[in-house]
Design a protein around this ligand. Structure first.
Ligand SMILES: [Fe+2]
Length: 297
């Protein structure tokens, strides 16, 4: 059993846990004002709590980028999502659902972001502009998910790798829009990652499968691959390892993209506007490494 989260005072802010296992409120600071020492503490806090939430932060896009760059030396440039490039911020992804009655949500599945890349995002910072009642976001701890696996399944998942593919994501989740499909096809991304990773900072084992880009267990027939992916996916659904955030305008959430999965609750929002902005960072020095050495193929 992992240690339960506690309230912790850092020099420039305090973190109060939202559950014993995952999530913490950041109190007593605006993230734009943290100096380098404050950002170093923020890093430590994120690896400890998995997700950090701040009320009423109202960060500028530049401030969001500065926070993200404290975690990885490169900012994400998303392949197909809409961005604020027209305002000089191509690194700011606009998370917005089309305002039509039959608009599909593409975030209501448990996933890590952009895992079809060799170097997925290390972390993301998401800020709410407007979110309808009920369209919450949920996160689940993947170190807790691993701990909860029976020993036999720990061993099994520690010995396999999973193929992640952006075209597969598109085909499975019916993105619909021809322009997006064209962009995804043109910049197809594909990567093979261990199903259990050693967290780059904490060293803890984390289940790293999710259910977005996941195509198949590497080297396994479909009949074996699909049930294993389903079992891994079930682990994100355990309420005891989750935290759920009800958004207010100006709220931010920062998450550890290697150690947690997330789920955008689609809710029945009809034509109401749901708009958030996301900045994420990554590094060529940080990739999902296997928790245990994998057998040679
Ligand atoms: Fe996501």
């Amino acid at each position: 059993m992992a240690e339960l989260l506690q309230t912790r005072d850092y020099a420039q802010f305090r973190v109060v846990p939202r559950t014993p296992v995952i999530g913490g409120w950041i109190e007593g600071c605006n993230l734009a004002e943290l100096d380098d020492a404050g950002l170093a503490d923020l890093r430590e806090a994120l690896w400890t709590y998995g997700v950090l939430f701040g009320r009423g932060q109202h960060l500028s896009f530049d401030a969001m980028k500065r926070v993200a760059l404290a975690f990885g030396d490169r900012l994400e440039k998303h392949t197909f999502a809409p961005t604020k490039a027209d305002e000089g911020h191509p690194e700011v992804v606009v998370i917005q659902r089309l305002q039509t009655e039959n608009a599909k949500s593409t975030t209501d599945l448990w996933h890590h972001d952009v895992t079809a890349r060799k170097h997925p995002n290390i972390m993301s910072i998401l800020q709410a502009e407007q979110v309808p009642f009920g369209a919450d976001t949920m996160w689940a701890s993947m170190s807790a998910a691993y701990e909860r696996l029976p020993e036999a399944l720990k061993a099994l998942f520690s010995g396999i790798q999973v193929e992640h593919d952006s075209v597969y994501l598109m085909l499975r989740h019916d993105f619909g829009d021809a322009a997006i499909i064209e962009r995804i096809m043109a910049a197809r991304e594909h990567a093979v990652h261990p199903a259990v990773i050693r967290h780059h900072s904490t060293g803890k084992p984390c289940l790293f499968v999710g259910n977005a880009y996941v195509q198949r267990v590497h080297g396994y027939e479909t009949e074996l691959s699909e049930p294993l992916i389903k079992i891994a996916g079930e682990m994100s659904k355990i309420p005891e390892i989750q935290v759920r955030h009800q958004w207010e305008p100006g709220d931010v959430a920062l998450w550890d993209n290697f150690g947690t999965t997330h789920y955008g609750v689609s809710a029945d929002i009809g034509t109401q506007l749901r708009r958030l902005h996301r900045v994420a960072s990554w590094s060529e020095k940080v990739a999902p490494e296997p928790y245990m050495a994998l057998a040679a193929e």
